[in-house]
Design a protein around this ligand. Structure first.
Ligand code: GLN
Length: 456
């Protein structure tokens, strides 16, 4: 892994921070001292795990892709990272992202652009583009990302890997730099559903440092794989699958739609009954998401004042110190979102925007609940297109936001969703991967992993 990592990194630029070989191997050596022959190894023992750079790591920089956090080294590990380490995982480096998770291409990083391993002239997706590219190019085995509106699932789709966004509250957010707290989730990437499930098992569960983390039992996700390996001819017999009609119509690439239809047929061959379901509120997801996400972010990002973390522009007077540090430290997309969010939350506009969006969120949540009463899982594309060219949407934020249509509803409803490769469209030299999204009921990740494992 180390050799491949060193060779591929100059072309891909997946990582913002890579410790040298000795520092990486020291983590394994440390492990070495703790185990002796015959001991049972932790499920992540010696496994290379990459971590998105908006997740705090005690011994490495954590910048969230922003100049305002340049040089910041947190004094603690995020709970998810702590658990990875406790189970023997080796943190191999910190991966690139759109600044504070705000974007869908990873071009919004203040430091570098990451390339898609399938075609280096294309974006890896985002905002967890570095974590997706790193797994896709086998620079690591699994990786952690964050998903506020699709940032694990869309890059998984663009890079042809598996991505899982857990139920809101399933994984502690302690140590994840907040973007929109009511939507944020730490998620997992792997090159197989099983790997992804193993990582989820490692990081899931209640944490007293995150009041919104759930006390729900964490089932043994791995047992789902064991039962799945009994190869009956119709292993998914009786499973009710709803294909969301609004996700396979206008505005979605024809190649993506045919890959999703082929996936639906494959599910039928495996024994599922697949029916189209309509979620009439589906298209309300994007406007509601972008009002709520920017509102929450404008509040969350107020903590970056030039005093507590990272860079500072010195001034004689406090307001100029704040203003100068924030003007210099934040990139243009982040500034735009802070302005939009502050506007949506201001007296006089609050009812028309923020409150309205909250009401829409309730409608969306209820319509998913209803659809999941009639279906065990819902399916859709993970994105309306495959990976596009670097630069293509950089100056057109609305086109970029529109690409989030498939994923944002799931965060608004707080549900778990798994994305896995299901086909290809033309592009690049070998074709470009297309991801299938499977959405489950709250806390039903086990079902998604079982179905995904059988499907792949
Ligand atoms: N692309 C979406 C946004 O820019 C989602 C990002 C995310 O999930 N972090 O807000």
């Amino acid at each position: 892994y180390l050799t491949r990592l060193r060779q591929s990194e100059p072309h891909l630029r997946s990582f913002l921070h890579l410790p040298d070989d000795d520092a990486v191997l020291a983590q394994a050596a440390h492990l070495d001292g703790k185990i002796s022959a015959g001991d049972e190894l932790g499920p992540l023992a010696g496994v290379f795990v990459a971590v998105k750079d908006n997740i705090c790591t005690i011994d490495m920089p954590s910048t969230a892709g922003s100049r305002i956090l340049e040089g910041y080294r947190p004094p603690f590990d995020a709970t998810a990272v702590k658990r990875v380490k406790e189970l023997g995982g080796i943190v191999v480096g910190k991966t690139n992202l759109d600044e504070f998770g705000m974007g869908s291409t990873t071009e919004g990083s203040a430091f570098q652009v990451t390339a898609n391993p399938w075609d280096v002239s294309r974006v890896p997706g985002g905002s967890s583009g570095g974590s997706a590219a790193a797994v896709s190019a086998r620079q690591c085995v699994v990786s952690l990302g964050s998903d506020t509106g699709g940032s694990v699932r869309q890059p998984a789709s663009f890079c042809g890997v598996v991505g899982l966004k857990p139920t809101y509250g399933r994984v502690s957010r302690f140590g994840l730099m907040a973007y929109a707290s009511s939507l944020d989730a730490i998620g997992c990437f792997g090159s197989s559903v099983a790997d992804t499930g193993i990582l989820l098992s490692a990081i899931a569960g209640h944490d007293r440092f995150d009041a919104t983390s759930s006390k729900q039992d964490v089932p043994n996700f791995l047992s789902h794989f064991v039962s799945a390996s009994s190869l009956e001819s119709k292993p998914l017999k009786g499973l009710r699958v709803g294909l969301i009609r609004e996700t396979i119509g206008d505005g979605v690439d024809a190649g993506v739609i045919s890959a999703i239809r082929a996936a639906a047929l494959h599910l039928e061959e495996l024994g599922c009954s697949v029916n189209e379901v309509s979620l009439p509120s589906f298209s309300l997801g994007l406007p509601a998401y972008y009002v709520l996400a920017v509102s929450e972010s404008s509040s969350n990002l107020s903590r970056y004042d030039g005093i507590r973390y990272g860079g500072q522009v010195y001034a004689d007077e406090l307001d100029s110190l704040y203003g100068g540090s924030r003007s210099k430290g934040f990139g243009s997309e982040v500034k735009m979102r802070i302005l939009m969010g502050t506007y949506a939350l201001s007296a006089g506009y609050y009812d028309a925007y923020y409150k309205r969006a909250q009401q829409v969120r309730t409608i969306i949540r209820n319509s998913f609940k209803e659809a999941l009463n009639q279906n065990d899982i819902l399916i859709s594309p993970a994105a309306p297109s495959a990976a596009y060219k670097i630069g293509e949407k950089k100056n057109d934020p609305l086109a970029m936001y529109a690409g989030d249509i498939m994923t944002v509803n799931v965060n608004l409803a707080g549900l778990p969703a798994l994305v896995l490769p299901c086909g290809f469209v033309e592009g690049g030299s070998a074709g470009l991967p297309v991801g299938l999204q499977m959405i489950g009921a709250a806390f039903d990740e086990g079902q998604l992993l079982r179905v995904g494992h059988i499907f792949e």
